[in-house]
Design a protein around this ligand. Structure first.
Ligand code: 16G
Length: 241
């Protein structure tokens, strides 16, 4: 119930109630949330207050709206692991069937930024591999990998359909990635990635740039666009010493 004497604003109290319903599974994924009118009557709240709560939960990705139909409970987001795992391993460990659709594969000379990031001379050829990554068939991310030709000569002759890139690197080239570094930033997807990911244009995304190393040498620079409506960051925290 809403406590009108509480210093906690009413929209926050309603938020707690709705989150409890979701966490206690009284409302499951894709279940309809009662209408703004129903919630207003039930809890003695103005339509504006109810809308404020729902708007916030939609913006956070906890609920989603279908025009003309109502508001529904969204799926929980996937917690992006901060380990040096392949997409395939990561998805499998969560019980999803990983997939990849080849978008482009070419050999290009590395210029400025790319060459610097890979630690190679400008003009050195690299494999450029673009893939749409899926989980249970649903688009999750667009990954653009750059791998120096010298790291994996002939890589372009190997099919990647239904195969993990990291597994291929290990099995065919004996390349075991042993360290990595990654930046993650908020972004807005361009029209190409929006179309590939099945998102409305200019949707929020997570932009990842990852360098992976094998024996001190940069083996891959991956620049990826992950759906922000399906991923959130999670990390454990150690005290600062
Ligand atoms: C991860 C990597 C990517 C790599 C891919 C290989 C990020 C953030 N991470 O998704 O760099 O290319 O795994 O996956 O980009 P695969 O072995 O399943 O093909």
């Amino acid at each position: 119930m809403i406590d009108p004497t509480s210093p906690v604003p009413k929209y926050s109290q309603l938020r707690e109630i709705l989150l409890d319903w979701i966490e206690e599974s009284r409302l499951g994924v894709d279940d309809a949330v009662p209408s703004e009118r129903e919630l207003g009557v039930k809890y003695g709240l103005s339509r504006m207050t109810v809308r404020q709560t729902i708007d916030h939960l939609v913006a956070e990705g906890k609920l989603y709206r279908v025009p003309g139909k109502g508001t529904f409970v969204a799926r929980p987001k996937i917690e992006m692991s901060l380990r040096l795992a392949s997409f395939t391993e990561d998805m499998r460990s969560r019980g999803y069937v990983p997939g990849a659709r080849d978008l482009a594969r070419r050999i290009v000379p590395a210029r400025g930024h790319l060459a610097r990031m890979l630690g190679i001379a400008p003009g050195t050829p690299v494999h450029h591999i673009e893939r749409l990554r899926t989980a249970d068939g649903e688009p999750m991310a667009v990954e653009r990998s750059n791998i120096p030709l010298s790291v994996a000569p002939g890589l372009n002759e190997h099919s990647l359909s239904g195969r993990s890139l990291y597994q291929l690197l290990e099995e065919e080239y004996g390349l075991l990635l042993d360290s990595g570094e990654q930046t993650i930033e908020a972004g807005i997807c361009d029209s190409t990635d929006a179309r590939l990911l099945g998102l409305p244009s200019a949707s929020a995304v997570l932009l990842l740039q990852r360098r992976s190393f094998a024996n001190g040498r940069c083996a891959e620079l991956a620049i990826s666009t992950y759906r922000a409506d399906r991923y959130q960051l999670h990390s454990t925290l150690d005290p600062q010493r």
